[in-house]
Design a protein around this ligand. Structure first.
Ligand SMILES: O=C(O)CCC(=O)C(=O)O
Ligand SMILES: [Fe+2]
Length: 481
């Protein structure tokens, strides 16, 4: 089954539970091993005592009918039982569970996607590998950290595509290796682990990092005078010296894009346009006035605050959760494909799905004073960590449309969640960024009053750094027909 786990927070929840179950299973395995061992440890000394006595005075021992009877009986019966005991295998059910669980394990593709998310976040938010490894995200300390095995995997992933970034992760790996022993049953003793890592990093040709790990291994095992190891070390050292000259030359900084500046919250703060209560337009708004924030005037961009209640949002999420599928992007050719430019899970929901969606349909029309007939269904999306939507136009290029086809006149984007860090909607051309706020809705026009498309509506969803971003989108058609 093709199922991507890292693209949504929802998908990750199942993995957390699965890992907890696997650890429980491993713990049961340990208990069973221990129980078996306990039987052995308590019985063997007693058997030995009896046997020692027999061996030291053999003839005397077997001359006694009681002893000889007992010996014959033991050999005839008890050793069969020991054989059965020894052969009884432990962990069969746990191994079976592991085999079943394996079907749900993330694949190589999942790991690659998760790695590329980390890289995206690193680039987008200017994060250092060192900070990330220690759980510091944008200056905020979280209760999270990476192990040497994690950072090593990042280095390996980046090795082929960006050696500078890979180097950064390998440096962090070497530092972590000095503090911790990797938690893997196959790692073996500490000194051996360090040598393995040193050699692997050496093979990737990051010589000075390999050298520092190697040195730590020597120090730890008190082998700084071992001739074989020292000759190997000198090989490491020579290559490290040559490497230093090359590394110095690189390190060029590229200018950030407007999108990146926006995602980092670095647009010049426009003086907040007045918040008003829109009350005359419709009966709904008279009953329940809505707080409207004008973000931009030409083209019009605004935020409606508190237009969905928490209960309504909970219900929407409940409906969507089991339906979420990896989102695709629509090509000019009409073909939908999964693409790294849009990483999220989503589902479509017809507006007549139930009472709630019907109520929302009514509310949307009241809010924006536009007809919805002919518009696409509602779309609900969940972005996982690093999930994003690169800047794009919501409208279709007129050349790609047939006579009489509708275009996306406007977009109404409901935020179903707050996002702790990242995840803003950014308009790079207009230099505007809007942060998700649970219950609010962002509205903008993609098409000018004269019917032409408006390239200034170019926008994107920034990568989620911390949190789970849920949105619901209603693209509003211009209803040509
Ligand atoms: O997630 C966002 O903030 C933007 C989403 C978007 O542009 C879209 O779904 O068309
Ligand atoms: Fe969009």
């Amino acid at each position: 089954t093709k199922k991507s786990v890292s693209t949504s927070v929802v998908g990750m929840l199942e993995l957390v539970q699965l890992e907890a179950d696997l650890i429980d299973s491993l713990s049961t395995y340990a208990d069973e091993l221990e129980a078996k061992l306990k039987v052995l440890k308590s019985f063997v000394p007693k058997l030995q005592a009896e046997s020692n006595e027999a061996v030291t005075q053999m003839e005397n021992y077997v001359s006694n009918p009681i002893n000889s009877f007992s010996l014959i009986r033991r050999m005839h019966e008890d050793w069969h039982d020991w054989k059965i005991f020894m052969e009884s295998s432990i962990g069969q059910s746990q191994v079976a569970f592991l085999n079943k669980a394996k079907l749900q394990f993330p694949t190589k593709t999942d790991l690659n996607e998760a790695s590329s998310s980390i890289v995206r976040l690193q680039k987008m938010y200017n994060l250092t590998a060192k900070d990330m490894a220690r759980g510091v995200l944008n200056g905020k300390q979280y209760e999270a950290s990476l192990t040497a095995l994690d950072t090593y995997a990042m280095g390996r992933y980046l090795n082929k595509q960006n050696r500078d970034m890979a180097r950064e992760w390998f440096v962090v790996t070497s530092e972590l290796l000095k503090e911790q022993t990797p938690l893997t049953p196959l790692a073996g003793e500490r000194e051996k682990v360090l040598h393995l890592f040193a050699q692997a990093i050496f093979d990737y040709e990051y010589y000075s990092i390999a050298l520092s790990v190697f040195d730590h291994a020597l120090l730890l095992a008190n082998k700084t005078a071992n001739p074989t190891l020292l000759s190997k070390r000198s090989k490491f050292e020579e290559l490290a010296r040559k490497e230093a000259e090359v590394v110095e030359k690189t390190n060029s900084k590229i200018k950030p894009s407007e999108f990146e500046i926006g995602c980092r919250g670095q647009f010049k703060q426009q003086s907040k346009l007045l918040c008003e209560y829109k009350s005359e337009l419709s009966p709904f708004l008279q009953l329940a006035p809505v707080k409207v924030e004008e973000v931009f005037l030409d083209p019009l961009i605004m935020v409606f605050h508190d237009v969905l209640t928490s209960r309504e949002i909970d219900e929407l999420q409940q409906i969507a959760r089991p339906l979420l599928k990896r989102t695709t992007i629509l090509h000019n050719s009409g073909v939908e494909t999964v693409h790294s430019s849009r990483i999220a899970k989503g589902t479509w929901l017809t507006r007549d799905f139930n009472n709630l969606t019907l109520r929302i349909e009514r509310r949307i029309m009241d809010m924006v004073d536009l007809e919805l007939s002919g518009s696409e269904d509602l779309q609900i999306m969940n972005y996982g960590i690093g999930g994003h939507f690169e800047p794009h136009y919501d409208y279709f290029e007129p050349d790609d449309l047939d006579e009489g086809d509708n275009n996306r006149l406007a977009t109404l984007l409901f935020y179903l969640t707050d996002v702790e860090q990242g995840g803003a909607t950014v308009f790079p051309v207009l230099q505007q960024a809007v942060s998700p706020k649970r219950g609010a809705a962002l509205f903008w026009y993609n098409i000018n009053a004269n019917g032409s498309v408006d390239p200034k509506s170019f926008h994107g969803g920034c990568p989620v750094l911390v949190g789970s971003k849920w949105i619901m989108t209603q693209w509003i058609s211009n209803n040509i027909s």
